[in-house]
Design a protein around this ligand. Structure first.
Ligand SMILES: [Cu+2]
Length: 686
């Protein structure tokens, strides 16, 4: 969400209904024959021959619905778990890497679950571990001061409270809105807290207002200047802040075809068919395709996660990444107005991104020939909920893979590329984020974040023109996108945690910079430039930023594995679009989101370090996550290296992005460097 954050009650209801209905009804189209979590790519057997897997087969398989039930029963029976406790997170507790690497099919599985337990009335948070075999809680400890993510239950509870509050009703009435039921109330994590009036010892949430009426899209008509502050600990409205009336935008902006009006002529059909089935296989949660092997899961907080990514090279399965996941996001808005300055969404840690995974729509969100996998999460009360078609796996044409036309004899050699895409999509309030992991035949990988949805809107008086340096401007903080609708400048930051294992765990980190040589004996013809590699030997040395002037890149190297040319095997992190944060270094938000201070970080693996802004970013203290961990300044030489890559998008809104944004993408690539001794895609047949 850019633009935003939260999921409205209505949206939640729709989503829940969708889940219930789809879980029961057969899915139309080719995938209907396919229970998603038993993806079998090759042989299209009849559906009854493909039962859903009931038991996990691998130590990294996510928790099943029945396992979640066992976890919750064990927790509920434990004397330290309060009777009314919520479970904001229940997920697999991954076994140690040694245990996972040593696993062979058929071996007994260790199955532990990790749970966050929250007692709202006493505002106490606990972390528990449940041993599924013993059906028992093996550890439970309080985490003082931690505020778990905002729960869906709270998104449902808050709007009626706010709508019933006299000051809120008065603020709405002042804006000429007579029916309070027309008002959509959108909860937001509190963002900035004023310690004098908003102590961290209380659980808070804020709520924004929109005029929705009978429309589907309330986000088009913000009721500007009205923000409710809700005390969740006592479940009451603390106060309603009315910072002044702005016009409510007059135009509705639903996105269905009836509301849009005249449609253009549809293009003629373009079909992607795979008459002999896909070229990948999916076994449980393991995918194999064109020499790639990896596992995937959908984590309730991180969303789509890749595990154990490796590439088969002449019979040898060579590891590249142990785990790759989104570790945190930050979406700060540029408007200093009091009703806007708190809007800084840690979309993953404050809202539990994974649990907001959408059920992908056939033919639009993902191609009809995709294979799909469901995801299973626990809801706030620990009840298993299934998101059908949470992950799509499909092949697509990749354009030219390689080509050469030989002038001297007229011969052309070329190959067509195929790509494998693993895709998942989340909706956080007004914004929709897709995540594509793309695998290519030349052993390169790419992560693409897909941004779409509805920009966060501000109601403005279009006649109120301000001046800056003598020029009339609409505003320095936003751009007008529709009558009385402005979209505030903002940024989206993503941090990906990349736990590399390049040919094994003992890796080192190097930075690559390109530099022009000065005029002199080495450069008499003034064309010389060199590539320089620098070891980043410690965690403090490995806090780095992009540099266009030096074409800066980073390598994760295995110094002990060499190709036939004698070079060390490595994978290169190749940045795509990026940004620097415009939040002041002293801003309280940036203090809580230290991961945005550098594009590149590397740490020595520690299983407790998973989230770049810390485990509990909601109402967090400054300095959590990467800034805290890297103070240890551990060595990165021949260590189990974890790279944390931050990339950002600076979003200056355009009217063409209203009322819905066409997809924009950002991300990064991972490229082999001397991992092979020649082009690994040379063997792709014509
Ligand atoms: Cu945006």
């Amino acid at each position: 969400m850019p633009c935003g954050q939260t999921r409205t009650r209505a949206a939640l209801l729709v989503r829940h209904l969708t889940i219930c209905v789809i879980a029961i009804l057969p899915i139309p189209g080719p995938a209907s024959a396919q229970p998603a979590s038993s993806l079998k790519a090759q042989a299209p057997a009849p559906p009854e021959a493909r039962p859903l897997p009931r038991a996990p087969k691998h130590p990294l398989d996510p928790l099943t619905a029945s396992e979640i039930t066992v976890v919750v029963e064990a927790l509920r029976a434990h004397p330290e778990v309060p009777a009314q406790a919520f479970f904001p997170t229940i997920a697999l507790r991954e076994p140690s890497k040694d245990e996972v690497r040593a696993f062979k099919p058929g071996m007994p599985l260790r199955r532990d679950a990790f749970a966050v337990v929250f007692d709202r009335p006493s505002n106490r948070t606990f972390e528990a571990i449940v041993n599924l075999r013993a059906k028992a809680v093996t550890s439970i400890k309080e985490v003082p001061g931690a505020q778990p993510l905002i729960m869906l239950e709270e998104f449902d509870r808050v709007p009626p409270l706010v709508r019933a509050h006299p000051a809120f009703r008065e603020a709405i009435r002042k804006r000429g809105i007579t029916n309070i039921d027309d008002v959509q109330v959108d909860p937001w994590a509190p963002g900035l807290l004023d310690p004098r009036t908003e102590p961290r010892t209380t659980r808070w949430i804020r709520a924004l207002a929109y005029l929705k009426g009978k429309q589907n899209n309330g986000y088009a008509r913000p009721i500007e200047g009205v923000v409710a502050l809700v005390n969740l600990t006592e479940m009451r409205v603390e106060r309603v802040i009315d910072s002044g009336v702005s016009p409510v935008p007059p135009q509705t902006a639903d996105l269905d075809e009836r509301a849009i009006g005249a449609l253009r002529e549809a293009p003629k059909p373009l079909q992607h068919v795979q008459p002999r089935g896909p070229s990948f296989t999916v076994s449980g949660h393991e995918v194999r395709w064109q020499k790639w092997r990896f596992r995937f899961s959908v984590h309730p907080r991180e969303g789509l996660v890749l595990h154990m990514v490796s590439y088969e090279d002449q019979g040898r399965v060579r590891p590249i990444l142990y785990r790759a996941s989104l570790s945190e996001m930050l979406v700060p808005y540029a408007d200093p107005a009091s009703s806007w300055s708190f809007r800084n969404a840690f979309d993953e840690g404050e809202y539990g991104l994974g649990r907001l995974t959408d059920s992908l729509e056939l033919g639009t969100d993902a191609p009809r020939h995709a294979r799909f996998s469901d995801a299973v999460f626990a809801d706030d009360l620990g009840k298993p909920m299934t998101v059908p078609r949470a992950v799509a796996i499909y092949e697509r044409d990749g354009g030219i893979l390689w080509k050469h036309f030989e002038y001297y004899n007229g011969r052309s050699d070329s190959r067509r590329a195929r790509e494998l895409v693993v895709f998942s999509l989340v909706t956080v309030g007004n914004y929709d984020y897709g995540f594509s992991w793309i695998f290519r035949q030349d052993a390169t990988m790419e992560l693409q974040v897909v941004l779409t949805g509805i920009m966060l809107a501000k109601g403005v008086d279009t006649n109120a023109v301000s001046t800056h340096n003598g020029d009339e401007v609409e505003s320095r903080f936003w751009h007008l996108v529709a009558p009385n609708v402005a979209s505030v400048h903002h940024q989206h930051f993503f941090n990906f945690r990349l736990d590399f294992d390049v040919d094994g765990a003992a890796n080192s980190v190097r930075e690559v910079n390109v530099r022009a040589l000065p005029r002199g004996a080495e450069n008499p013809t003034l064309n010389a430039f060199v590539m320089e590699e620098t070891a980043l030997g410690t965690e403090s040395e490995a806090q780095r930023d992009l540099n266009l002037a030096t074409a800066r890149r980073w390598l994760v190297v295995n110094p002990d594995v060499r190709n036939s040319l004698g070079q060390s095997a490595a994978y290169l992190l190749a940045p795509g679009e990026n940004a620097v944060p415009y939040l002041h270094p002293d801003s309280p938000i940036r203090q809580r989101a230290g991961f945005v201070n550098h594009h590149f970080w590397a740490t020595a693996f520690n299983p407790g370090e998973q989230y770049a802004a810390g485990a509990y970013p909601n109402q967090s203290e400054p300095g959590q996550g990467l800034p805290a961990w890297t103070r240890a300044n551990r060595s990165l030489a021949r260590q189990d290296v974890v790279v944390w890559y931050t990339f950002g998008i600076t979003h200056v809104p355009r009217p063409e992005e209203w009322p819905v944004m066409s997809v924009t993408m950002a991300g990064f690539k991972l490229l082999p460097v001397s991992f092979f001794a020649r082009n690994p895609a040379l063997d792709v047949p014509k």
